[in-house]
Write a protein that binds this ligand. Structure first.
Ligand SMILES: *Cc1c(COP(=O)(O)O)cnc(C)c1O
Length: 300
């Protein structure tokens, strides 16, 4: 809508490929934009943007490198400077945040992720993020920003093809309402809850699963592990967790059989033993796991 046949400027440090081999630059080019890459992989300066702005430039695009991290001798231009430069030149500034977060994770001892509000306050005209990454909502893409720009997007003929169904909107409304109170969101939103929960609670789940398995005659052991946050949302963060390993059963047999269950169970094989990470097991799911093990044992 905004950049067909015009130049969009992006730093070489932000040419990101996301899941399923989708690439931000390819998506932009498909929309008819002419991408102007500036700077280097590790360093891009405000001057680099200034130098290539012409009559034909429509947008300065910032992409949050949410799924990887470059450290060392690095520099990128902050949102505020990009937004200001865009304003001076009467063009659009846009940030693709990828994993949108509404709460500041650094308050809870995790790595700082830029929040949606911070991006908005920096003066960016348009911001995009996923509904289902760190936000913990339904799978969808969200665009927020200046009223007149959103209005234009709404009139774009493509919107009809990309509109989401009412179930998505309903789920999203529910999720956002819980965010009105941060503590409510942390308590009820499964994604937030599992990222921020206390390690003792994970251990408790592991102990319950172990004792249920033991009642069913299955030998298991609790071991500490590290869980990572999925969807390429926080590449550097690993969360302390506990897992249960199953003893005396062939791990690959368990793996194959578990994937074929009416409710498939995904674990991993570690040192030739089947391993279940309790980070993502809900309290009403123990019986599914135990019953699936029983089936294997009965058959063996
Ligand atoms: C994940 C991601 C996307 C794609 O979002 P989807 O909602 O999964 O399509 C785009 N940009 C960045 C930076 C991402 O991390």
């Amino acid at each position: 809508e905004f950049s067909k046949n015009t130049d969009v400027i992006i730093s070489r440090g932000e040419l990101v490929e996301v899941g399923g081999s989708f690439r931000i630059p390819d998506i932009m080019e498909l929309s008819g934009a002419n991408l102007i890459e500036i700077g280097t992989t590790n360093r891009t300066h405000l001057e680099d943007y200034k130098k290539v702005i012409t009559e034909n430039t429509s947008m300065l695009l910032k992409v949050h490198t949410s799924n990887y991290h470059i450290s060392g001798f690095t520099k990128s231009v902050n949102n505020k400077e990009i937004a200001e430069l865009a304003k001076q030149n009467n063009i659009i500034s846009m940030e693709d945040l990828g994993s949108g977060v509404l709460i500041d994770f650094s308050k809870y001892g995790l790595k700082k992720e830029p929040t949606i509000l911070e991006s908005l306050n920096s003066g960016m005209d348009l911001i995009t993020f996923s509904g289902d990454k760190l936000l913990g909502g339904p799978q969808c893409g969200i665009i927020i920003g200046k009223k007149e720009l959103i209005k234009r997007l709404k009139k774009n003929q493509f919107l009809r093809a990309f509109r989401v169904c009412k179930m998505t909107i309903c789920a999203l409304e529910f999720v956002f309402k819980e965010y009105v109170d941060e503590n409510t969101a942390i308590k009820n939103n499964p994604t937030l809850n599992r990222i921020l929960e206390n390690i003792d609670i994970v251990l408790e789940r592991a102990q319950i699963l172990k004792s249920l398995l033991s009642s069913a005659g299955i030998d298991s052991e609790i071991i500490p592990t590290k869980a990572i946050i999925g969807g390429g949302s926080m590449p550097d963060a690993s969360l302390d967790s506990y897992g249960v390993i199953i003893k005396n059963i062939d791990a690959s047999l368990v793996e194959k059989s578990f994937l074929k269950q009416p409710i498939p169970i995904v674990g991993r094989i570690q040192n030739n033993q089947f391993f279940i990470d309790l980070k993502t097991i809900h309290s009403d799911e123990y019986s599914i796991i135990v019953d699936s093990f029983k089936k294997i044992i009965e058959r063996a």
